[in-house]
Design a binder for this molecule. Structure first.
Ligand code: PEP
Length: 265
């Protein structure tokens, strides 16, 4: 069976409403001929742009995500955004536990778990981001860290909701301007450990959970990452923030993977 690829970008605290909508329209236009049977495309813009972003695209061509969410529907939580508010503006998925949420804003695994459960119960896809720090890697405990983040982050997830769980493996040391991309071998090793842990948690159904790699993805490392057997897609920051560049990267990845896999059989 042909592999489905996942490509997405988190726009962080960049792009105003006009920039976000024109980026989305251009990206959807440029990638329009790529079958959505083969690829899931998603973009995660800032909260204030979501309503405009949602109405400017066909969600069957590009899913729209939120960068965070409070688990409660309403309450005395100044500065937070609730699942009902995200439903109202047409959000498809919620990103949970991005490295900057964990390490800049101090979010914990139990908090990510509450968000995952709430996102699922409100009908969203939940994109749980996990990844070890440079220090944890140096101590040789990357696998343990990932297993902990998965086991707590996905605690009490009902198997009926598994088709709406996505994982992004983003080593903290690989993200952003100071980041160095993970080597493809290392990324594959960690993805294998993630898949093993998911299988322990959910059995055979875990094989259908998409696991994306993120962290300094660029046109130079795209090919060697996308051909790894346990990497189902790429979660891209800076290299995706111009529609033309993201379109080229997506096409490059699909082409490389198809060529690689046709050579294998
Ligand atoms: C990110 O912040 O999630 C990310 C993947 O960023 P970049 O690709 O710019 O390292």
């Amino acid at each position: 069976m042909k592999k489905r690829f996942y490509f997405g970008s988190n726009l962080k605290m960049y792009k105003n409403i006009k920039e976000t909508t024109s980026y989305l329209k251009e990206l959807v236009d440029l990638t329009g001929d790529i079958s959505r049977e083969d690829m899931t495309l998603f973009i995660i813009p800032s909260f204030p742009t979501l309503a405009s972003a949602s109405s400017c695209i066909d969600h069957s061509l590009c899913l729209l995500g939120a960068q965070n969410m409070h688990p409660a529907e309403q309450g005395q939580f100044t500065g937070e955004v609730s699942p009902l508010m995200l439903q109202e503006v047409g959000t498809d998925l919620v990103m949970i536990g991005h490295s900057e949420r964990r390490h800049v804003f101090g979010e914990t695994d139990p908090e990510e778990n509450a968000k995952v459960l709430s996102a699922l119960s409100h009908g969203f896809r939940a994109l749980l981001c996990i990844g070890e720090t440079a220090e944890e890697k140096a101590y040789g405990i990357s696998r343990e860290v990932l297993r902990t983040q998965l086991k707590i982050g996905l605690h009490n997830v009902n198997t009926k909701d598994l088709d709406r769980i996505w994982i992004a493996y983003e080593p903290v040391w690989s993200i952003g301007e100071q980041g160095t991309p993970a080597s493809p071998d290392y990324a594959q090793e960690m993805h294998r450990a993630i898949r093993k842990c998911l299988t322990e948690l959910f059995g055979d159904r875990a094989k259908d959970i998409p696991c994306l790699y993120g962290g300094s993805v660029n046109p130079q490392n795209t090919d060697s990452l996308i051909i790894q057997p346990d990497i189902d897609g790429l979660f891209v920051g800076r290299a995706a923030w111009e529609a033309q560049k993201f379109n080229s990267l997506i096409r490059q990845a699909i082409h490389t993977s198809e060529t690689f896999n046709s050579g294998r059989v």
